[in-house]
Design a protein. Structure first.
Length: 332
């Protein structure tokens, strides 16, 4: 089995499309890191000088308004005989250069629900595409039958390919997510914003859960493509789930149905938990006994356990169907 996995890893390494996807999975998180570092950069002396220029321009606008008021006080609702005192009093206000210096501060913990989720989504999608592209080429080129000449036990071949794709996703995900979170922590420490130990622990736990999502996405893409024997069909199904699924669960089905929406479960798994709005029972609005927190809830919650079970069952069903199909159907 180990020999087969080694062979598949070698084939993965020589697949150009896979290498491009791997490169993108590492580069894009670094780009997101650079963007967040720039957007939260400390205020410099040049920024303060620019803010002072803007403040001075604003003071000039105030003076222009005062002069217009003195010439036409009636337009400002001021009596002419009181223009000399009222115009300046009403139109003058303090201009602080600090008002032009707003800059978002880097908060590493908050990035778990912002840029951190974007990075996980990007890496997971790219690894899913790597899995489907890798095996899809074997089906399209007809090389799958040649591979079975050297190893006729199909389930071993199927499992070896799945393990190879999973290992690739694990390594790439570890590197990509490690660079992103390590970079954010380094920027925070360099700016004197050392995160607490709990924040670091939360990030480490989220990183571990994120790797599960990345590996699951890669293996799921491989299994789905092996089941349908077409990269195009797999991508079409995923696109349909992403677009039509969101409309179906978000607009047509009741709020409770979001429990089974793929994105909801992915968020719960990566973040640890997620919530969404649900309509309370109609009688809650007219209840004479007051609001009952046990019945009249407006928020549903899903934990990481629920998300993990959802994807474990989904991946198990797809994997079982894929392996059974690979074992029984003819291979061209």
């Amino acid at each position: 089995m180990m020999r087969l996995v080694g062979v598949e890893l070698t084939r993965l390494r020589w697949r150009r499309a896979v290498l491009l996807l791997v490169g993108a999975a590492i580069v894009i998180p670094l780009v997101i890191l650079a963007v967040r570092a720039y957007e939260t950069r400390p205020v410099s002396d040049g920024d303060r000088a620019d803010a002072e220029v803007l403040a001075e321009e604003q003071r000039g606008y105030i003076e222009q308004d005062i002069q217009r008021c003195l010439r036409r006080p009636g337009s400002y609702g001021i009596a002419p005989d009181r223009a000399a005192t009222q115009c300046e009093r009403r139109l003058t206000y303090t201009v602080d250069p600090g008002d032009f210096l707003y800059r978002e501060q880097l908060r590493v913990g908050a990035e778990r629900s912002n840029a951190g989720l974007a990075v996980v989504a990007v890496v997971a999608v790219l690894m899913l595409l790597a899995g489907t592209t890798y095996v899809g080429h074997d089906w399209n080129s007809g090389s799958m039958s040649n591979q079975l000449l050297f190893e006729t036990r199909r389930l071993r071949v199927w499992a070896a390919k799945a393990v190879a794709v999973g290992l690739l996703a694990l390594v790439v995900g570890t590197v990509a997510l490690g660079l992103f979170w390590g970079g954010l922590l380094a920027f925070a420490q360099g700016r004197g914003l050392d995160p607490s130990g709990q924040v670091v622990t939360d990030i480490a736990q989220q990183l571990g859960r994120s790797l599960l999502v990345v590996v699951g996405a890669a293996v799921g893409g491989y299994a789905l493509t092996t089941l349908f024997r077409s990269t195009v069909v797999t991508i079409g199904i995923l696109f349909g789930v992403a677009v039509a699924g969101g409309v179906l669960f978000g607009a047509l089905l009741p709020g409770d149905a979001l429990r089974y929406e793929p994105t909801t479960n992915a968020l719960a798994l990566v973040k640890g938990q997620t919530t969404w709005y649900v309509d309370p029972p109609d009688d809650c609005a007219y209840s004479t006994s007051g609001f009952d927190p046990g019945r009249c809830v407006t928020e549903a919650r899903l934990t990481q356990v629920g998300g993990a079970v959802y994807y474990a069952v989904l991946l198990g069903v797809i994997g079982a169907g894929s392996a059974a199909s690979y074992r029984r159907r003819d291979v061209p």
